[in-house]
Design a protein around this ligand. Structure first.
Ligand SMILES: Nc1ncnc2c1ncn2[C@@H]1O[C@H](COP(=O)(O)OP(=O)(O)OP(=O)(O)O)[C@@H](O)[C@H]1O
Ligand SMILES: [Mg+2]
Length: 232
C-alpha cells in the first residue's frame, strides 16, 4: 500500500521503466517515471510522436507491464491482483477513450455502450441500458441507438466512445488523443462534452493531446520528454 497520504491518489506510478527491443537494439522509452493523480483532478499530457505517451497510459491502466516500478490504483499495487480481479477493477475504475474510437463495427451504438457492463452480468445490463440511454441523450445521439458505427461521422463516433468510457461511472477517464482525427470545431465540441460530463460526474481526467490549448484547460500540464514527465 502507499503510505502517509492524506488523499489517496486514484492512480500513482513509481519509478516506472520501460524499453523495447528494435532493429537498432534496445530503446528506453520511460526512465524512472513517477506520476500521481488525485480523485477528481485533471492532467493534460503532450509530447512528440514516439515519446511514449500511449505506453505510459497502457502501463497506468495495467494493460502493459513495466520493466520495473510500481502502479497503484487507490493506493493498492495492481501487480498483486489476479488477472480476473484486475479486469474487473479496470472495468469499474478506468474509462478509456481512444483516438480511433475502438467501437465494435458489428454492434449498434447501444450494444457498444453495453459492452463494459457485460462483465458484470444480467442485472448490470438492465441498469446499463438506462445509463446508456441517458449518456446517448447527453451526447446528442439519442436518435441513433440502433445505428452501426460505420454510419456515423468521426465526431459522432468519438462521442459514442466518450459515452462508453463513462458507462461504469469510472473514477478516472484516460483519453489518448480523443480529438486527434477531428477537425477543429468538431474537436472543440467533443472536448467540451468531455469536460462537462467529467465535471458533472466528478471524474478525474488524464488527457493525452497534441493540441496545447486543450491541455491548458486542465488543472495540470506535463510534457513527456526523454522518458520522464516535465511540468509545463
Ligand atoms: N510493443 C512494442 N514493441 C516495440 N516497440 C514499441 C511497442 N510499443 C511501443 N513501442 C515503441 O515505443 C515508442 C513509444 O511508443 P508510443 O506509442 O508510446 O508513443 P506515443 O508518444 O504514444 O506516440 P504517438 O504520439 O505517435 O501516438 C515508439 O518508438 C514505439 O515504436
Ligand atoms: Mg500514442
Amino acid at each position: 500500500m502507499l503510505e502517509n497520504l492524506d488523499a489517496i491518489p486514484c492512480v500513482a506510478l513509481r519509478g516506472i521503466r520501460k524499453g523495447f527491443c528494435g532493429p537498432q537494439g534496445r530503446t528506453e522509452i520511460l526512465r524512472d517515471l513517477s506520476f500521481s493523480l488525485s480523485p477528481g483532478d485533471s492532467v493534460g499530457i503532450s509530447g512528440i510522436s514516439g515519446a511514449g505517451k500511449s505506453t505510459f497510459l497502457n502501463i497506468l491502466a495495467a494493460l502493459e507491464k513495466p520493466d520495473s516500478g510500481e502502479v497503484f490504483w487507490d493506493g493498492e499495487p495492481v501487480h498483486t491482483w489476479p488477472s480476473r480481479v484486475l479486469a474487473r477493477r479496470r472495468a469499474t475504475q478506468i474509462g478509456f477513450v481512444f483516438q480511433n474510437c475502438h467501437l465494435v463495427p458489428e454492434l449498434d451504438l447501444l450494444e457498444n455502450l453495453l459492452l463494459p457492463c457485460r462483465i458484470f452480468g444480467r442485472s448490470a445490463l438492465a441498469e446499463g441500458r438506462k445509463r446508456a440511454e441517458i449518456l446517448l441523450e447527453r451526447l446528442g445521439l439519442s436518435s441513433r441507438h440502433s445505428s452501426l458505427p460505420m454510419g456515423l461521422s468521426g465526431g459522432e463516433r468519438q462521442r459514442v466512445a466518450l459515452a462508453r468510457a463513462f458507462m461504469n461511472r469510472p473514477r478516472l477517464i484516460v483519453a489518448d488523443e480523443p480529438t486527434g482525427n477531428l477537425d477543429e470545431s468538431t474537436g472543440e465540441q467533443v472536448m467540451r462534452l468531455l469536460e462537462n460530463i467529467r465535471q458533472e460526474e466528478q471524474t478525474a481526467l488524464l488527457l493525452v493531446t497534441h493540441h496545447l490549448p486543450f491541455s491548458r484547460r486542465l488543472r495540470h500540464q506535463y510534457h513527456l520528454h526523454q522518458g520522464v514527465l516535465e511540468p509545463l
